[in-house]
Design a binder for this molecule. Structure first.
Ligand SMILES: Nc1nc2c(ncn2[C@@H]2O[C@H](COP(=O)(O)OP(=O)(O)OP(=O)(O)O)[C@@H](O)[C@H]2O)c(=O)[nH]1
Length: 384
């Protein structure tokens, strides 16, 4: 049977790509109006549909979806938040691009918190990195090109989940963790959730209303670069693992957010080259010098994919985002040349050891050198 293009995004896992037609379509009705494939049918399927919610049973209310249609109820920021997007039998979201809001359930079927309305902002004059890598049309192509490479998919983070791309683990060139209020974060001796950690379900209100404005704050966003050594092995050479957990913790306390996980290990040079750089650092080079000695740029990353992902989630427009970072280049890069995504606020990621006088977080000679090189040579702003 011929597969007509679907009017909603499909997961590469669940749905085969439509094959080009080689002949007349069986049962084709010549009197029927020509099929107009929707624009969405040709857009990349960034995400795969949510697995069944794992945050425990929820009482079914009269407005609960019927079996066969699902939505991300467990990620719903507020019981009063209208949920209009449902899924068809394939589990695909039927939400439309135009109605999508950053944080609302989007094309992927994921729900990320996003308050308020938004409109598209006009282009920014003379903005951007100037290297052309953030042209949204190019970004879209970049995502499409990478779609084929995706080995896993997208995941959300729910209670009990760690930072993995859903059930199949890491995958793809960029991954997304959607952080609901009941996110699980690491706790322990140096844990970050002990003192003022997330308060599941009974936690803070999902929509933070600032006193002087009646509209909610822009969503928190973390664009995180892969760091196997820091996040998985908890190396004391960098604070990457701490930053990832801290981002999740902050989002869990402040109504959710978006984590875009980019597979740009070692600032884009890859794990094996980063390990070579570590050897050079042991011989006295700093992180920048080590990269240069290995004939790599000091920072080989790009953020065009992150911009495209945020746009796909509806994070473009006037409301903007609050970006968790100390890296000014990241702020500029993620906005794109025409300021497709507006960073309204930079939220500093202060090392826990600095915040807590060395009582918490990572402390080592290496990390102090690592941080001082970031400040001195890469312009990072590690302050509030
Ligand atoms: N080449 C290299 N990469 C490193 C080193 N230490 C950590 N990384 C990588 O650096 C990336 C994290 O980037 P950072 O520069 O620490 O931080 P950032 O993302 O630019 O800035 P923040 O948003 O403030 O965290 C990850 O991909 C790590 O794997 C190192 O010594 N050498």
């Amino acid at each position: 049977m011929h597969d007509l293009p679907l009017p909603f995004p499909t997961s590469p896992i669940l749905a085969p790509k439509p094959q080009p037609s080689t002949g007349p379509v069986p049962n084709w009705d010549p009197t029927a109006p020509p099929h107009q494939p929707s624009r969405r049918a040709h857009l990349p399927a960034f995400t795969r549909p949510l697995p069944p919610a794992r945050v425990g049973p929820r009482p079914r209310s009269a407005s609960s979806p019927k079996p066969g249609t699902t939505n991300a109820a467990s990620l719903s920021p507020s019981p009063s938040t209208p949920r209009t997007t449902t899924r068809n039998r394939r589990g695909c979201s039927t939400g439309s691009r135009t109605s999508k809001r950053c944080g609302s359930q989007g094309a992927s079927g994921h729900r990320v918190w996003q308050p308020g309305s938004q409109s598209q902002s006009g282009p920014r004059e003379g903005g951007g990195d100037g290297d052309g890598s953030h042209d949204p049309r190019r970004l879209r192509g970049e995502v499409e090109a990478r779609e084929g490479e995706q080995s896993g998919g997208w995941g959300r983070v729910g209670a009990g989940d760690r930072w993995a791309g859903g059930e199949e683990g890491w995958g793809g060139k960029g991954e997304l963790g959607l952080v609901p209020e009941n996110v699980a974060v690491r706790t322990g001796e140096d844990g970050i959730a002990e003192e003022d950690g997330p308060q599941p379900l009974e936690g803070p209100k999902q929509h933070e209303i600032s006193p002087d404005e009646d509209r909610p704050k822009p969503p928190l966003v973390r664009i995180h670069s892969e760091c196997y050594t820091g996040e998985t092995a908890w190396s004391a050479r960098c604070d990457c693992g701490e930053q990832l957990d801290e981002a999740a913790r902050l989002m869990s306390l402040h109504g959710g957010g978006v984590i875009v996980y980019l597979r740009q290990e070692g600032r884009g040079i890859g794990l094996s080259e980063k390990l070579k750089a570590y050897n050079l650092q042991d011989l006295g080079s700093d992180t920048v010098e080590a990269n240069l000695l290995l004939r790599h740029p000091a920072d080989a990353r790009s953020y065009g994919l992150a911009t495209a992902i945020l746009l796909d989630l509806g994070c473009g427009g006037d409301q903007g985002i609050r970006l968790l970072t100390n890296n000014p280049h990241k702020v500029r890069a993620v906005e794109g040349p025409n300021r497709e995504v507006i960073v309204r606020e930079r939220v500093a990621m202060i090392p826990l050891a600095w915040k807590h006088g060395g009582k918490r977080g990572i402390h080592s000679k290496e990390i102090e050198q690592y941080l001082s090189t970031k400040i001195g040579k890469m312009g990072h702003m590690i302050n509030d």
